[in-house]
Write a protein that binds this ligand. Structure first.
Ligand code: PLP
Length: 391
């Protein structure tokens, strides 16, 4: 039996508590927390009469816009390398189905990768990653894990990396990405690079594995985080240009055609517009990026006073504190696992978080993932104020 995704489950628990009149500080859900960028609501209103199905991979306009979007970011891309989906989550599932083989994951990593691999009946090979590594495995540990897994009969097919990372909110150095790509190449692995937070780097750009393993890296991304459009469900993939990439694009299109047919036509119009980088959209993302960086840094400073270990945030709106140094004090309060810590915070203090175990960590790890973007407010007006108010 597949239980609901931990992130969605905590969000529903918080809504139920709030409806019952409880005051909850919600740090548990990866919602980007800013309002819709100027112009998009009007565009959607104009596009709502587009009620027909479209091509599986996306409309020519949306695919051309996405190709231009990647090309302007330094990854030369043709429209034929693009495929749209109703969010990057189903896209990741379709990709794992299309690539085949067992799935190699850093630990911790985003909640749904392992669950999706399980739904596909694939083994998961995990590689422990220290919080400071930005979600990218240490090359030696990766090599070791791959050899061990193959010796035990696994057939690793895809290595999934989150660049920039969720849950840690950090970014891996380029050298580490390069070293990991070299190992992936040696082992014949495809790299699935989930870059949904890459636009929200607090400083500088994020190095995509495409730079080092162009022929075998698929990028997934979308507008859920950069433009806070999670509810509009717009995701897209860039497959490689070579023969393997072309085969994958065909296979992925086949899988997509059997699952979602095409992204909703009005959303394709939104994507075609937003991915052209119009100035008001670019400015909106820049403002959101500054807000995420400022609030995450403030919460990080306060967290450090508790004695928790926590890397400074580098992208997006997550912090991943480790309360291991507080283990003795927590034990005295009856808390020995991350889940007990998250439960106690919610039940005793009305603070919703997610335990590290949701990201594949051992139950005894006293890590929590905090989403600081939900601090901006719950109404569109509060979120607008947060985005536009001076620092
Ligand atoms: N990948 C990561 C790392 C995420 O954090 C999320 C959302 O929380 C997703 C993918 C899925 O995003 P969506 O399906 O909204 O594009």
């Amino acid at each position: 039996m597949t239980s609901p995704s931990a992130t969605l489950a905590v969000d529903e628990a918080v809504q139920a508590l709030r409806e019952a009149g409880h005051d909850v500080l919600h740090l548990g859900f990866g919602e980007a927390g800013v309002p819709v960028a100027p112009g998009l609501t009007e565009l959607l209103a104009d596009a709502h009469l587009r009620n027909g199905y479209g091509p599986v991979a996306g409309s020519p306009q949306a695919r051309a816009a996405a190709a231009g979007w990647f090309t302007r970011r330094g990854l030369s891309t043709e429209p034929g390398q693009i495929l749209f989906a109703p969010g990057s989550k189903p896209l990741l599932f379709a990709l794992l189905a299309a690539i085949g083989g067992d799935v190699v994951l850093p630990r911790p990593s985003w909640v749904s990768y392992a669950a999706q691999a399980a739904l596909l009946g694939r083994r998961v090979v995990t590689v422990p990653v220290p919080a400071e590594a930005g979600g990218i495995p240490d090359p030696d540990l990766l090599e070791q894990a791959l050899r061990g897994a193959v010796a035990e009969g696994a057939r690793p097919g895809a290595l999934v990396l989150t660049v920039a990372d969720n849950p840690t909110g950090t970014i891996a150095p380029a050298e580490q990405v390069e070293a990991v790509c070299a190992i992936a190449e040696r082992h014949g692995l495809a790299v699935v690079s989930d870059e949904i937070y890459a636009e929200l780097s607090h400083r500088g750009t994020v190095t995509s594995p495409v730079r080092y393993l162009a022929e075998r890296t698929v990028v997934t991304t979308g507008l859920s985080k950069s433009l806070a459009l999670g509810g509009w469900r717009i995701g897209f993939a860039r497959t490689p240009s070579g023969s393997w990439g072309r085969r994958l694009q065909r296979e992925l299109t086949g899988v997509a055609s059997e699952i979602w047919s095409s992204l909703a036509a009005p959303m394709q119009a939104v994507a075609a517009h937003a991915l052209d980088d119009p100035p008001e959209v670019t400015a909106h993302i820049a403002a959101a990026r500054r807000l995420h960086a400022r609030i995450a840094a403030e919460v990080h400073t306060r967290l450090r006073t508790t004695g928790a270990l926590c890397r400074p945030p580098g992208a997006g709106f997550y912090l991943y504190p480790d309360f291991g140094p507080n283990r003795a004090a927590l034990r005295a309060r009856g808390i020995t696992t991350g889940t007990e810590l998250a439960t106690a915070l919610l039940e005793r203090h009305g603070i919703a978080t997610l335990p590290g175990s949701a990201f594949g960590e051992a139950g005894t790890a006293l890590t929590l993932r905090l989403a600081t973007s939900l601090l901006y407010g719950t109404t569109p007006q509060q979120r607008h104020m947060a985005l536009t108010s001076p620092e």
